[in-house]
Design a protein around this ligand. Structure first.
Ligand code: IMP
Ligand code: MG
Length: 178
């Protein structure tokens, strides 16, 4: 198996691209069914969700729009617990069906803070689509309606996810080697 090095850590493939593609298509099919006849606004959380948002949207056949917000809570491989909004949304979300597109829900703190701030802007509904869920790490209850993979408490990179800004370009998901 091919091992790669990012900064000081070694990583090896844990989820190949074909498997990601299949699960993204499955999530898209669920959204196509649930949002038929509506026009959801996908809200991608930068930077990590950009590949997932792109592939997911390509598989949506309903009317849909997309916008992005930029949040940051991570440094290295651990969350700082404080979420900063680096880039907000300009358009009105009042009356809109929002689907937040996230790369991974870890402690849930990022999603909790995003739900709180979006909730004050009178959307019709908000749901979360996350590529990954790490249930063992959840610190606050977050309802993730759509998730592609549920994974154990391991640090992963690739397909948009990074380790200190490296690894986002990898088409497969890699896991840190202990
Ligand atoms: P939370 O606020 O703890 O749920 O953290 C969510 C954010 O932390 C995600 O959007 C990711 O950007 C980052 N994150 C959490 N776990 C990982 C990981 O295993 N690899 C890369 N980034 C991660
Ligand atoms: Mg993220």
């Amino acid at each position: 198996m091919s091992t790669i090095k990012l900064h000081d850590k070694l990583f090896e493939v844990s989820i190949p691209r074909e498997e990601i593609e299949n699960e993204v298509k499955r999530v898209a099919a669920e959204i196509n069914k649930d949002y038929k006849g509506r026009r959801p606004l996908l809200l991608g959380v930068l930077n990590g969700s950009f590949m997932f948002a792109s592939d997911l949207m390509k598989n949506l056949d309903i009317e849909c729009e997309i916008s992005f917000v930029k949040l940051s809570s991570y440094q290295g491989t651990t969350t700082t617990g404080k979420v900063r909004e680096v880039l907000g949304i300009n358009e009105s979300i009042a009356g809109r069906d929002i689907i937040i597109i996230e790369d991974i829900v870890d402690t849930g703190i990022t999603m909790q803070s995003m739900l709180e701030s979006l909730g004050t802007r009178e959307p019709a509904s908000i749901s979360i689509a996350s590529l990954f869920l790490k249930p063992a790490r959840l610190k606050v209850p977050v309802d993730v309606k759509y998730s592609a993979f549920t994974i154990p408490d391991r640090f992963i990179v690739g397909y948009g996810l990074d380790y200190d800004n490296l690894g986002r370009n990898l088409p497969d998901i890699y896991e840190a080697v202990e």
